[in-house]
Design a protein around this ligand. Structure first.
Ligand code: OOB
Length: 592
């Protein structure tokens, strides 16, 4: 396995192989194998473009040869940042074929995220969509090559002026023999939703991802007749492989790529392409249900709507079948691995109120208390998991891995959940310091670190605040500098934007307070802040701080000390921005 990754223990890996869980699939070989089986059937649809299985395999072979000719070598890491276009699928599989390891980035990522992903992965190449939604990704890529010596090549869609940029169309050559991949090695990297200041890279192996897509595809009962609508971004694990794009192609079905998840676009595509299955986050589901009241689109082909990525309120869940006429499948998942899903024959109550059961009999899940002891059925605790498609360690992150995994390899998900008598999961909340805005995961620590760099900010704590449209929004509590003027929310957003932070991570609200509440151990008390964020009428008077000797500086992580002392009443400065956004997140939140 690539250096910097944590392999499964030999004995466990041996068992997975013996049991046929890992069957030696090389993801790079799949498009040709599918073409041999499904030939002229339609593999991909995007706008007016329709690509057959044979065409897809031919394009992958030519692009793989093109990348090899460009100097891409097995083991190279390449940041892949493309929207829902056929090129995403072609380039991803071409890179697998060439033995390179794509790092799946969101199109909403900006210099801050891209710099980090390139540095952490040691990327030698970066694939960009040219100008997309008003943002010039090629210009960003050129900036990055100037900063990062390892980053040697930029591949861009569309027109550009620089000779330093290789047009994606030029990544094309007569097919050549390329070495096969070791199926137990990393095929690509997904990004973690994050708990720390900087996103982590999740190595996904050929074997583990092939197993995931095969298992979920079988559960979904996919056939050549199925049509999957990729409504959310394709680089999201949910869309790419649950069963998503890869699972549908493996079954000989058709994948329809939607430019964005709006009801308008998606309803038209469902009607036109006779879509049978799609997957959305709860915020998108809500928009679709609301739009359904006005739309007369023919959605009768839709058999299953998968909803996951964030908490689904039972009242919303209950509307799916009566209003859209299809079955609801709840999905709890993570880029790190574990997936739980409701099943077709589940009783209606379980479908509405639980997140279903793990998809594999080899998934191990347990719920533990603070001491790491398993709790009885029905009791809430932290969800721990390990299994054949769940990582054993983030890439190049030994210190974080020491905390994020138990000594026997269980991944600490940071999610609070309970199990029912019959093994169904109910997600109750989370321990991790993350805001789930729409489907986008935002690590509080990352935003706090950037806020602390803004003039006038001495301490910062970011918490989720419930929101009718997005599920949660980003609420920042700030302590100003004694000598400075408190910046407005607009100033703060502009400053973070200028630092190259992706727009979906910008705080929705900011409130200046005299100090931040502390736990008895002297950490910032985010529970108190979450309650205060949800109720502006509550006085901002925290329990007196227990550690009077603490400094007045807060560092971005929650283990930091904050300004101690008793606080006066609310000192709210920045006006909350309460305007709801019509289009929800999950990197659809990018506005340019
Ligand atoms: C999916 O993956 P990520 O990596 O973007 O986010 C994972 C986290 C989970 O740890 C949990 O906190 C939250 O998102 N989550 C849910 C949920 N599904 C995910 N929280 C409550 N209810 C659910 N149903 O979000 C993801 C990956 C594959 C399939 C589906 C979702």
């Amino acid at each position: 396995m690539l250096e910097g990754c944590t392999p499964w223990p030999a004995e466990t890996a041996g068992r997975y192989r013996r049991e046929g869980v890992w069957n030696g699939t090389d993801l790079g070989s799949l498009p040709r194998a599918w073409a041999d089986r499904y030939g002229s059937a339609t593999a991909l649809v995007a706008g007016e473009t329709r690509i057959s299985y044979t065409e897809l395999a031919d394009r992958v072979d030519r692009r793989a040869a093109g990348f090899a000719r460009q100097g891409v070598e097995p083991g190279d890491r390449i940041v892949l940042q493309l929207p829902n276009v056929p090129e995403f699928v072609e380039v991803a599989f071409a890179l697998f074929r060439a033995g390179a390891k794509p790092v799946f980035s969101l199109t909403s990522h900006r210099s801050n995220e891209i710099r980090h992903l390139c540095e952490l992965s040691g990327a030698t190449g970066y694939v960009v969509p040219g100008v997309f939604r008003g943002f010039d990704h090629t210009a960003l890529a050129l900036e990055m090559t100037a900063e990062l010596p390892a980053l040697r090549r930029i591949y861009a869609q569309g027109e550009h002026g620089s000779p330093a940029v290789v047009p994606l169309e030029a990544v094309d050559a007569d097919p050549v023999e390329l070495p096969a991949n070791d199926p137990s090695d990393v095929a690509f990297f997904l990004l973690s939703g994050g708990t720390t200041a900087l996103p982590k890279l999740i190595p996904r192996t050929h074997d583990d991802y092939a197993y995931q897509t095969r298992t979920v595809g079988a559960l979904a009962g996919l056939t050549t007749e199925d049509v999957y609508l990729a409504a959310l971004p394709v680089e999201f694990n949910f869309t790419w492989g649950c069963p998503g794009v890869v699972g549908t192609l493996a079954a000989g079905g058709t994948v329809v790529l939607a430019p964005d998840p709006t009801a308008d676009d998606c309803f038209a595509l469902i009607e036109r392409e006779r879509v049978t299955l799609t997957s959305v986050v709860p915020t998108v589901a809500r928009l679709w249900l609301d739009e359904r009241e006005w739309s007369d689109a023919d959605l009768s082909s839709l058999k299953v709507l998968q909803i996951g990525g964030a908490r689904l309120e039972p009242e919303l869940a209950a509307r799916v079948t009566p209003e859209l006429g299809c079955r609801l499948q709840q999905v709890f998942g993570m880029a790190e691995g574990l997936l739980t899903m409701s099943r077709p024959d589940d009783d209606p109550h379980s479908v509405l109120h639980t997140q279903g059961r793990p998809v594999s009999p080899f998934d191990e899940v347990k719920i533990v208390d603070e001491r790491g002891e398993e709790v009885p059925v029905g009791v809430t605790g932290e969800l721990l998991t390990r299994g054949p498609y769940t990582l054993r360690g983030y890439y190049r992150a030994p210190e974080h891995n020491a905390r994020a995994f138990t000594s026997d390899g269980f991944y600490r998900t940071g999610d609070l959940a309970s199990l029912t008598e019959d093994g169904r999961l109910i997600v109750q909340g989370r321990l991790k310091d993350v805001v789930i805005r729409g489907g986008d995961k935002i690590a509080a620590g990352e935003v706090e670190a950037h806020l602390l760099s803004c003039p006038g900010v001495a301490a910062a704590a970011v918490v989720p605040v419930p929101d009718e449209f997005l599920g949660e929004r980003i609420y920042a509590f700030l302590v100003g500098r004694p000598d400075g003027e408190a910046p407005s929310l607009a100033d703060l957003k502009a400053a973070l934007h200028a630092r190259g932070l992706a727009d979906y991570k910008l705080p929705d609200r900011a409130e200046f307070v005299a100090d931040l509440p502390l736990t008895p151990l002297g950490k910032i008390d985010k529970k108190v802040l979450s309650v205060a964020a949800a109720d502006p009428s509550l006085p901002r008077r925290w329990t007196p701080a227990p550690r009077p000797e603490a400094t007045s500086e807060a560092t971005p992580d929650t283990t930091s000390e904050a300004t101690p002392g008793t606080a006066p009443d609310t000192t709210s400065d920045a006006a909350p921005d309460t305007t709801p956004e019509p289009v929800p997140s999950l990197s659809t939140s990018q506005k340019g």
